[in-house]
Design a protein around this ligand. Sequence first.
Ligand code: F6P
Length: 255
Amino acid sequence: DVIREWFGLNHLEHQLKEQLGLNKVIVVAGNSLTQTWVKNDLGRAAVQQLKQWAEPHSVVSVAGGTTMEAVAQVMTPHPVLRTLLYVPARGGLGEKVEYQANTICSQMAARSGGQYRLLHVPDQLSEEAYESLLHDEQIQEIIKLVKSARIVIHGIGEANTMATRRKASPETLAKLKNKQAVAEAFGFYFDRNGNIVHKIQTVGLKLEDIKQAEHIIAVAGGQDKAPAILAFLKHGVHDCLITDEGAAREMLQYI
Ligand code: F6P
């Protein structure tokens, strides 16, 4: 705590909480853009928060990405986490297997001793495939579970970084540029005012569903992510932000 005071982390948290109208902000020391270990600290802070909010047998809906992978990596067996059911927030979004929400759910369950369910939905669905999947009984059952989540935990990415990482088509990249997309979360791309400018066709949580959850934990750090975090939060789906000093200080320059 003395160290947190010394680095001014408590002050940063307070300022961000007030300015962004969040219920809870946690800022860990460092900048994950340049210091790789900081992502693990983000992970540890996220797990601690999850432990605080989880009730026995809660359903936790989990997104993909490297930050969520870091969250899964630092989970350990725990009396409450062991009772949780981890489900992916949305179907395939074009990530590598290790960063897919399905993989991360199974990792979280394996490390904490909990249960998981998978959403078997391929990336880049055609309209027809999408429609038929929506009518599949098993998929419907999982989607119902996903929508009943008490806690949602997710990452936030920079729009262009995410589109490139997902090998988006030149048309999609052009559209995102044209619409000035700056942020991405759950397969939705946002402009700096928090408006949705593009979405990936898949199944799972819609942004309205996320608002139904009791707790929404966004975990995103790194100085370069500041505009993306601010844009996503402007969309209005937020509750708790876990970030690092690099992103926090940069965000405060913009607001
Ligand atoms: O693709 C899943 C996802 O959660 C995106 O919605 C988000 O933009 C991204 O991962 C965050 O990834 P990372 O934590 O690697 O920056």
